[in-house]
Every structure is written in structure tokens, then in C-alpha cells.
Design a protein around this ligand. Structure first.
Ligand code: NAD
Length: 233
């Protein structure tokens, strides 16, 4: 067991080789949808059915994809370290299915749905939960509409206290598959640098915050990560 404290932050790029499209790449979801139309509280207010169906399609797709070698490599890394924390901006469950059960989802999860009134969330992945019609909760006296359990643009990311505490104390901070456009995730590398951690990036193209990293590996995560992780202390 290594004594190095490792924190990993992943973004949409790590799931690209599993067949889940990223947001901002040439073939990304934003080619077909504007952020404002599907991933903001305003979109949910203006056209909830359109937003609901967009996320129901993402939830159904999750059942058809599998973790790739990059997810598996991070599960191997976790197994070698007593102090290992995996933070993801992703809403899919591929890290868990590769073996990283305690992944922190800062932007929410597709597999759970949230009651709009009480805020309670629960796993809802049965066949009847994946249709195009709205679903209602079982927690309120008068059943309320459920919403995707996703942090939309303009909403507060989840678990930030825990995330800041982890990054402030790490020895190695590894970021995989993130364009560096979405704050506060993109700013975590600065906290890691200030804490004296070694900062490493794996991404297909240089992201906007590439200069902040001590070590940059450009290419596909599924090809780079397995070897990179072998060589980490
Ligand atoms: P992004 O779409 O903005 O950026 C993805 C980055 O991954 C790009 O810089 C791209 O060059 C890189 N990339 C693409 N293929 C790669 C590969 N095979 N290996 C390594 N890197 C690769 O995504 P982001 O930075 O995560 O931020 C945007 C938001 O997207 C997040 O909030 C996240 O919740 C959401 N999102 C999640 C999923 C998912 O859960 N799988 C999918 C799409 C978007």
C-alpha cells in the first residue's frame, strides 16, 4: 500500500471511449443542444418536458454502455492506496461499475431522481422509471414531480466542503478528461498547486487550464491511463 494521498478529478472525456458523448468536443452534445435549452433551471421552468426527455435518454443510454480501461485503471489505483478520493463531474455510473464505489459526484447522478418539493432523492432505474412521461414522488402527501438529480449550470455543485478538504491535503492531483470550462471543478488544480501537490493532467486536447498542471499527457484516457497509473507511487 502506498502512503501517497491521491485525489483524482474526472470529466466527460473519461467516458467518451465508453460511447457517452462529451459536451464540448466536435461531436459533443452541445452540437445538437444549447446549454441554455437543457442544462439550466430556466430551461426546466420554460420547457420541463423537453429537459425531462433529454435526461431520460441519457439515463436509458447508461444501461447500454460499459466502463472502459480508464475507469478500470482508476479502480486499480484506488486498490493500491489507503488514501484515495475520486471526484467526478460525470453523472454516469461507470466509475462505480468499474469498482470505485465511493466516487463523489459533484454534478449529481443520472441514476437517481429528486423530488422538487422535498429535495429527497432515490435510485430510479426500473423499466417504468425510464419512459418519456413525468414521474412523481412517494415522499410528499400530495405527490410532486420528480426532476433529474443533476446540478445544472447556475446551481451549486454538491459535496464542495468534502472536495476542498480532500484537494487541500493531497500529494498527487490527477485530472482526466475535463475541458476546464466548468468552475469550480476547473479551479481545483490551483488549490492542489497551493497545497504543494504534484498536478497531472490526461486529456485529448489541451484544456483551457492546461498551464496550471506540472505534467500534461495528451491523448485518449483509455490508452494513457493504464501505463501512467502503473508508474505512480
Ligand atoms: P467537457 O465536455 O467540457 O470536456 C471534455 C474534455 O474531455 C475535452 O477537453 C476533450 O478534449 C476531452 N476528451 C474527449 N475524449 C477524451 C478521451 N478519450 N480521453 C481523454 N480526454 C478526452 O466536459 P467536462 O469538462 O466534464 O465538463 C462539462 C460537464 O459535462 C460536466 O459538468 C459533466 O457533468 C458533464 N457531462 C457529463 C457526462 C458524463 O457523465 N459522462 C457526459 C457529458 C457531459
Amino acid at each position: 500500500m502506498s502512503e501517497q494521498r491521491i485525489v483524482v478529478l474526472t470529466g466527460a472525456g473519461i467516458s467518451a471511449e465508453s460511447g457517452i458523448r462529451t459536451f464540448r468536443d466536435g461531436d459533443g452534445l452541445w452540437e445538437e443542444h444549447r446549454i441554455e435549452d437543457v442544462a439550466t433551471p430556466q430551461a426546466w421552468q420554460a420547457d420541463p418536458m423537453f429537459v425531462w426527455r433529454f435526461y431520460q435518454a441519457r439515463r436509458r443510454q447508461m444501461l447500454e454502455v460499459e466502463p472502459n480501461p480508464a475507469h478500470v485503471a482508476l479502480a486499480d489505483l484506488a486498490a493500491r492506496h489507503e488514501e484515495f478520493i475520486l471526484i467526478t463531474q460525470n453523472v454516469d455510473d461507470l466509475h462505480e461499475r468499474a469498482g470505485n464505489q465511493s466516487t463523489i459526484h459533484m454534478h449529481g447522478r443520472l441514476k437517481t431522481l429528486r423530488c422538487e418539493a422535498s429535495g429527497q432523492h432515490a435510485v430510479k432505474m426500473g423499466e417504468g422509471d425510464l419512459q418519456d412521461e413525468f414521474l412523481t414522488c412517494q415522499c410528499c402527501v400530495e405527490a410532486q414531480r420528480l426532476r433529474p438529480d443533476i446540478v445544472w449550470f447556475g446551481e451549486m455543485p454538491m459535496h464542495m466542503e468534502e472536495i476542498y478538504a480532500a484537494v487541500e491535503q493531497c500529494d498527487i492531483f490527477l485530472v482526466v478528461g475535463s475541458s476546464g470550462h466548468v468552475y469550480p471543478a476547473s479551479g481545483l488544480v490551483n488549490i492542489a498547486n497551493a497545497a504543494g501537490a504534484k498536478t497531472i493532467l490526461v486529456n485529448l486536447e489541451p484544456p483551457v487550464n492546461a498551464d496550471a498542471f506540472a505534467e500534461v499527457h495528451l491523448g485518449k484516457a483509455g490508452e494513457i491511463l493504464p501505463a501512467l497509473i502503473e508508474n505512480l507511487p
